[in-house]
Design a protein around this ligand. Structure first.
Ligand code: PHE
Length: 481
């Protein structure tokens, strides 16, 4: 068996993990869902979800990985060995395949749009109707969409093929600073446009009336996706971590960077959209339909467009490599494959299962399974079932199944000072994992699979959920005493 690699430094791990977290979720999805759900009010709820659920579950995932030095299947096998838990780990590996297969398609559009921007295609866009038609024509072209999907998949394979240090860590050390730099330039460009303050007001002045039970659920679901939780990506990255590293502080830094980038992307996008008089509530098409019009109207727009889509591509690439790494780590650890072979074989398999996702925008547009296209099914299965389901089981496993004394011994490695100074943080972490996270995730999960849909329609205020949770917590505390 090949010797297991480790991150060169804690900083390398943080950049790679932040690279996994920061992706299409931050730059494409967060701005438009915040835009649709009341701006600042939604951002506030999202931040609460990240702090109360995202952070504790992230610590749990990284800890499982570091303790076992294994992929998700191997980690559950080592810590429990029960077939049920091993199956939970396997779902993570399956989620890796599923997410990659549609993620690479959207990321491919992003590369395609760099090329379009370089060709000057956006200069003809006078309004969003023209740019939408252009977008439809591009994704309607099988060669265009499959070609860029393939190109992006090959880039992903190339980085993972080079290994943990020379590939993922080195790649993140190059790509993440460029990503920060590009985003800062785009933020400055955005906020210095005349009329940008309207965009900032939109993002920062809370419209509480738009907050419903539904938007709380969207915020929670997104918190999972954006921190790459629930399928073992962070567990796998944690498995290349050494015992001297401080897990709580690393987790905090990852979550901080992810949130910072989402907020900066929101500022860059909405300041430009408002300054150029475009519709902020354009939904998922915001980036591909609305932004090209914004760029067309800006002085030097083509350059800004190239920078923006380059930013999006890099962000997607550092996430995609973490998805492929979960699959590869499983075959390397459990099936004794050589890394290079695993990357080539499973990278190509992912590329192939992604093709029906790419075709869902053209020749397979009308081919529906369970009422949805292949692409929508893959997205739905991963984002609404596999990730929240995985997150729920990880919280339950670390909160209830894995003996807590052992959990503490492992967590303490590298973070003794935290235990001595703030024991309350550790106690709080356990309570969150045992009660708050599972209850909240269960609510999202049931909602996602539509079991609670009709009930939610009657729940007009998020207060109902908050009250429910508070009462559960009070009960739990009373029982303990
Ligand atoms: N966090 C990534 C994003 O925001 C997506 C992702 C999910 C990556 C799960 C890995 C695992 O785009």
């Amino acid at each position: 068996m090949e010797k297991r690699e480790h991150w060169g430094s804690k900083f390398g791990f943080i950049l790679a993990a932040a690279g996994s977290a920061i992706g299409l979720g931050n730059i494409w999805k967060f701005p438009y869902i915040a835009g649709e759900n009341g701006g600042a009010a939604f951002v506030f709820i999202y931040l609460i979800c990240i702090a109360l659920i995202g952070l504790p579950v992230l610590m749990a995932e990284v800890l499982m990985g570091r303790t076992t030095q294994r992929n998700p299947v191997g980690a559950f096998k080592k810590l429990s060995g029960k077939p049920f838990w091993v199956a939970v780990g396997s779902l993570g590996v399956i989620a890796g395949f599923v997410i990659l297969s549609f993620y690479t398609v959207i990321a491919g559009w992003s590369i395609g749009y760099i090329v379009e921007a370089l060709k000057g295609s956006f200069s003809q866009f006078s309004d969003p109707a023209v740019s939408s038609a252009y977008f439809e024509a591009r994704v309607g072209d099988v060669n265009w969409i499959v070609g860029y999907h393939t190109l992006f998949s090959i880039l992903t394979m190339w980085v993972v093929y080079a290994g943990i240090n020379k590939g993922i860590e080195q790649g993140s050390k190059i790509m993440m600073p460029i990503l920060f730099f590009l985003l800062i330039i785009l933020v400055i460009r955005g906020i210095t446009l005349p009329g940008a303050e309207k965009g900032l007001n939109f993002l920062w002045s809370p419209d509480w009336s738009k907050i419903t039970g539904q938007s709380v659920l969207i915020a929670l679901g997104h918190a999972f996706f954006t921190i790459s939780l629930g399928m073992g990506a962070m567990m796998t990255y944690g498995s290349y971590l050494s015992e001297k590293d401080h897990i709580p502080s690393a987790a905090l830094q990852i979550v901080f960077l992810d949130t910072l980038i989402a907020l900066l992307a929101g500022i860059a996008i909405f300041s430009s959209v408002f300054a150029m008089g475009q519709d902020p509530a354009a939904g998922p098409g915001l980036i591909f339909h609305t932004l090209p019009v914004v760029f067309a109207k800006m002085p030097g727009g083509a350059i800004w467009a190239v920078l923006f889509f380059l930013l999006l591509t890099l962000a997607a690439l550092t996430s995609a490599i973490s998805l492929l790494e979960v699959v590869v780590a499983y075959f390397v650890d459990e099936r004794r494959w050589k890394r290079h072979n695993a990357v080539l074989v499973f990278g190509c398999i992912v590329l192939l299962i992604g093709i029906p996702s790419a075709l869902s925008f053209n020749v397979m547009k009308e081919v529906h399974f369970f009422g949805k296209t292949w692409f929508d099914n893959a997205d739905y299965l991963a984002s609404n079932i596999l990730l929240p389901g995985g997150g729920l089981f990880i919280a339950i496993f670390v909160g209830w199944i894995w003996e807590f004394d052992k959990v503490l011994i492992e967590l303490k490695k590298g973070s003794e000072s935290l235990f001595d100074t703030y024991p309350i943080i550790i106690k709080g972490w356990r309570i969150f994992l045992r009660y708050l996270s599972p209850v909240m995730i269960l609510i999202v999960f049931l909602h996602s699979v539509n079991l609670l849909e009709s009930a939610w329609q009657q729940v007009q205020s998020s207060w109902v959920i908050i009250l429910m949770l508070v009462s559960v917590l009070i009960k739990v505390f009373q029982n303990k005493k």
